[in-house]
Design a protein around this ligand. Structure first.
Ligand code: C2E
Ligand code: CA
Ligand code: CA
Length: 510
């Protein structure tokens, strides 16, 4: 009989003699028959003498091995991830509580490392689901090989893994483990069909007891550290730091308020003129989104647009921007164009071509007066889908500009596959235009590219006369910047949008 079971069996037996009450005990016998383990349930009842003393125990013994194994299997299934056989989130929480209690008793530290594969969605899109499953299994195996048998390894979400390392006295030791794990994950993986794939991961680390005492606090904090790391420098590690917490809370509040901003009419559009170099007339306006929150004040678009994308609000907000800008432009008496920025999310989800068709019909704006601005980053995800969507938008007669050109990493070949009408050079190249010949060389190169592809080139961020002069000499087609007008409410530009004579549209360029 198993050592511990023997003790409990004997104790139960003794208790029956003492109390005269029936009792039952479960025991495991090793090596009975075929060397397998078997479990038995022993029901014991006392037999008493006429004087009331227990003189014997009559037992009834039932084999429960099948039931026991079935239960074990169920317990395994409900506590483990079927794909990787690692423990799952629920079971991790259970085990972690025990580990933490034990660590506190021994006055030891515990490190909780949350891993996440960088751009796992991209792997899924590019290689397909079964290959992605293979990647997850391989990552699970590699992590398990790097840690001690006693450490916990769990898969807690789609591509998120948690490692719990006990008895690590120094942060340096945890850091070394994290680096070892990242290196192991980064080794090329050979897929079942022989293709090779290289992936990377990021990791956030929280330490018990410093960063939290409970399993849920530690999990939350290491996952916050992970998100910050992933955003700032993927393929690396980051420790939780209490300032993250306050940043995190601020972000949550901002997110909540952003969800209501549309209903509360806190979003608005401002417009910035674009100037045609040849005629020196205003050719149209770019619509730029503003959020003026009663609580947070004006929030930078780069910040809240990223937030809207991450909380799934961008489709709704983007559609609102399109409708608002088209309705506005339709009211102008001068048929100028309106350029609207479109987030990659709008191209990858929903049916942007259908949305634009509806909005143009609703507002009565001729398609030729609408331009949408997209960045190279929308090409990364689902190439075919992006091409298809843009092609359909273009066939409506709507113009498509590539924005922030020069900052992404599309190759010329990918660019040629897209139906663009215009290139917009990123404003970072204009900043040092006068002084630095390198920026000038880049601007010239892009202008040359534009001529080669027969695409007009817009230069944005023009702030000085000097920059405007240089750009005219280089042959830029359109320019935009504070020099000619800041992004402002459209009423500021009513002389242009509602001018009866073209010369009123002219904005002086020396
Ligand atoms: P962007 O599309 O590159 O917009 C141009 C940005 O340059 C605007 O910043 C504008 O205010 C700024 N700018 C214009 N002229 C000058 C200049 O002479 N000097 C300098 N230093 N800056 C100038 P803003 O309005 O803060 O917008 C930032 C970004 O937010 C935009 O960059 C765009 O990517 C995004 N964004 C703005 N509105 C929308 C929108 O409605 N939808 C989407 N998806 N994105 C938007
Ligand atoms: Ca833009
Ligand atoms: Ca831009």
């Amino acid at each position: 009989m198993d050592e511990a079971d023997r003790a409990s069996f004997l104790a139960t037996f003794a208790t029956i003699f003492e109390t005269g009450e029936p009792a039952a005990v479960e025991v495991r016998l090793d090596g009975c028959g075929e060397g397998a383990r078997r479990w038995f349930w022993i029901d014991m009842r006392p037999e008493t003498s006429p004087a009331g003393a227990v003189i014997a125990v009559r037992g009834f013994c039932q084999e429960i091995t099948d039931r026991k194994l079935a239960l074990e299997r169920i317990r395994f299934m409900t506590s483990h991830d079927p794909l990787t056989s690692l423990i799952n989130r629920g079971h991790l929480l259970e085990r972690l509580d025990q580990v933490l209690a034990e660590a506190r008793r021994r006055r030891e530290n515990v490190a909780l490392l949350t891993f996440d594969i960088d751009d796992f969605k991209g792997i899924n899109d590019l290689f397909g689901h079964s290959a992605a499953d293979g990647v997850l299994r391989e990552v699970a195996a590699r992590i398990s090989r790097q840690v001690r048998e006693t450490d916990l390894v769990a898969r807690v979400g789609g591509d998120e893994f948690v490692v719990v390392e006990t008895g690590c006295e120094e942060p340096e030791i945890v850091e070394a483990l994290a680096r070892r794990l990242l290196r192991a994950i980064a080794e090329p993986i050979t897929l079942a069909d022989g293709r090779e794939i290289a992936i990377s991961a990021s990791v956030g680390i929280a330490l018990h007891p410093f960063d939290g005492m409970t399993s849920s606090a530690l999990l939350a904090h290491s996952s916050q550290a992970l998100h910050v790391t992933k955003k700032e420098r993927p393929n690396s590690l980051g420790f939780y730091d209490a300032t993250i917490q306050s940043e995190w809370q601020k972000r949550r509040v901002l997110e909540q308020d952003l969800r209501l901003a549309l209903q509360h009419r806190e979003l608005s559009l401002v417009y910035q003129p674009m100037i045609c170099m040849r005629t020196t007339l205003c050719s149209g306006f770019e619509a730029l989104l503003r959020w003026n929150s009663p609580v947070h004040g004006p929030v930078a678009p780069d910040l809240f647009i990223g937030l809207a994308e991450s909380i799934g609000l961008m489709e709704e907000v983007g559609t609102w921007v399109l409708r608002e800008a088209c309705a506005e432009a339709a009211r102008w008496s001068v048929p100028l164009t309106v350029a609207v920025n479109v987030s990659p999310i709008q191209i990858q989800q929903g049916d942007l071509a259908a949305i634009i068709t509806d909005i143009l019909r609703e507002t009565g704006l001729p398609p030729s007066r609408l331009e949408i601005e997209v960045t190279e980053s929308m090409l990364i995800r689902n190439f075919e889908r992006a091409v298809d969507t843009l092609q359909r938008i273009k066939s409506l007669g709507v113009g498509i500009s590539i924005d922030d050109f020069g900052t992404g990493y599309s190759s010329l070949a990918t660019l040629r596959a897209f139906p663009f009408n215009k290139l917009k050079i990123d404003r970072s190249f204009v900043r040092d235009l006068a002084e630095e010949s390198e920026s000038l060389a880049i601007v010239n190169a892009v202008l040359g590219l534009g001529r080669g592809l027969r695409l007009p080139v817009v230069v944005e961020g023009v702030e000085t006369e000097r920059q405007a002069d240089i750009l005219r000499d280089c042959g830029a087609d359109e320019i935009q910047g504070y020099l000619f007008g800041r992004p402002s409410p459209i009423s500021t530009y009513s002389a242009i949008t509602d001018a009866m004579r073209p010369q009123h549209r002219s904005i002086s360029i020396q």
